[in-house]
Ligand binder design. Structure first.
Ligand code: NAP
Length: 435
């Protein structure tokens, strides 16, 4: 029976769903061994370092990942970096197919003056910082300001704004990084303003996230009722529109009508506000915006501007794929045609389609890529796979090693009433996983 060797690079949702699709595709004539290669000492990708700590339900998908990892023929090789510890060329020679599921981790830039000022931080740094990513423990975050501005009208902006705006004691029983929790507790931020450059009808938030906002117990949420009313009129004039858009507008309308508690903490969503300059003397002090308007369905700039005095800007305007030697990036994605990169190399997830879609989106995406792989399979290679490709003595965290880290984190968490306390130190993660 032919047994094919597949390498999946990246142990995030897209990687696991690719493994699952391969496992499901097996039959009497086709079997796979799957080696999942991950740069970090820990798997789960954005489920570990992206999903907001106050959204534990979303993280339960990790149970599915662990089930996939327990299937016969699956092996984890964490703490192995593509391009450093192993080359794409070597992987291609050793495996029948290589699937890049490396995500999009580079925060896009606004490209405006002042973006490099201190305390203008990309969500690509801010989010992994509060989620205990070992590479981001040293991100410098200063919350000694009463107002924070978050740029972008998507779910990442919403996550970031919520983390800054909620009462930090609400995060006590989550898996947030302790250093972030400490800083949030000392934070002077009381007003968080999300700024979207287009109208409410163009916002990338999802309705479920918007509907959660009025439920915040210690934060009042504001959206200009007039902006929503005007957007609703524009949408009515469009004729038939997607249900999601109607749901989003309705969720925003409900926010405008929701009773305000009169609390100190505020979260505001402002639309049609395009940042044109960040000003400050060595550090963020003010953001200048152009007021946009929607004219005949198009978003256009007016000649009016306004400014917000703020000591912190977080940009949440999307991500680009990370570049690896031997991989071409096009429009922020690994260059591909429907998931095919070249010969026996494939790509899936955000690295393939760009940073869009929720965790579940990767399931169908990865299944499509697996169909393509199967279609293109040739005679199975007679190779030993990853063995022999790594330098001797390289400390690999395998599935058993990861389970040790996982158990240690969960046990520490239990003692503190939290789901887990993540280890943030790279060396300690390795020693936990290899002991
Ligand atoms: P996103 O949904 O694409 O939103 C990016 C936002 O940035 C858009 O509003 C975009 O506005 C704005 N933007 C881009 N360039 C800009 C610029 N130069 N100036 C001002 N604004 C700019 O991306 P995301 O928020 O990073 O989320 C990525 C994916 O993860 C999404 O599919 C999201 O739903 C998902 N996600 C889901 C959850 C959840 O389910 N709880 C949580 C987090 C993320 P334009 O539309 O005008 O370009």
């Amino acid at each position: 029976m032919p047994k094919y060797k597949i390498a999946i690079v990246g142990a995030g949702p897209a990687g696991y769903f690719t493994a699952q699709a391969l496992q499901k595709a097996q039959n009497e004539e086709l079997t796979f061994t799957i080696d999942m290669i991950e740069r970090l000492p820990t798997p789960w990708g954005l489920v570990r370092s992206g999903v907001a700590p106050d959204h534990p339900k979303i993280k339960t998908v990790s149970k599915v990942f662990e089930k996939i990892a327990k299937e016969e023929g699956f092996r984890l090789f964490a703490n192995v970096e593509l391009g450093k510890d192993i080359s794409l060329k070597d992987l291609r020679e050793a495996y029948d197919a290589v699937v890049l599921a490396t995500g999009s981790a580079t925060g896009r830039k606004l490209g405006i003056a002042g973006e490099d000022l201190k305390n203008c931080i990309s969500a690509a740094d801010f989010v992994p910082w509060y989620n205990s990513h070992p590479d981001f423990t040293n991100v410098s975050v200063d919350l000694n300001t009463d107002t924070a501005v978050v740029i972008g009208a998507g779910n990442v902006a919403m996550d970031v704004a919520r983390m800054l705006a909620i009462d930090p004691t609400d995060l006590d029983l989550t898996d947030i990084a302790q250093q972030a929790l400490d800083l949030f507790k000392a934070s002077k931020v009381r007003s968080v303003i999300i700024c979207g450059r287009r109208g409410p009808e163009h916002a990338a938030f999802t309705a479920a996230e918007l509907r959660d906002l009025p439920k915040l117990e210690n934060t009042d949420v504001y959206i200009d009722a007039d902006q929503i009313h005007r957007a609703a009129i524009r949408v009515d004039q469009m004729g038939e529109v997607e249900k999601e858009l109607k749901n989003n507008l309705e969720a925003m309308r409900l926010i405008t009508e929701h009773h305000k508690k009169g609390v100190e903490r505020k979260l505001e969503i402002k639309f049609l506000s395009a940042p044109i300059e960040i000003r400050g003397n060595g550090k963020v002090e003010e953001v200048i915006f152009t007021i946009n308007e929607v004219k005949e369905g198009k978003v256009v700039a007016t000649d009016k501007t306004f400014s917000i005095k703020t000591g912190l800007v977080v940009t949440a305007i999307g991500y680009d794929a990370v570049k690896y030697p031997g991989v071409k990036i096009e429009n922020g994605r690994i260059a591909n045609i429907a998931g095919h990169v070249e010969h026996n190399v494939y790509v899936t997830g955000w690295a393939k389609r760009g940073p869009v879609g929720v965790i579940g989106t990767n399931k169908s995406d990865s299944a499509d890529v697996v169909d393509l792989i199967i279609e293109n399979l040739e005679a199975p290679k007679n190779s030993t796979g990853i063995e022999g490709l790594l330098k001797s003595g390289h400390e690999v965290i395998d599935q058993v090693g990861w389970e040790k880290i996982n158990a240690s984190e969960v046990i520490s968490g239990e003692l503190a009433g939290k789901p887990r306390i993540k280890e943030v130190d790279w060396n300690r993660l390795i020693s936990l996983g290899t002991s």
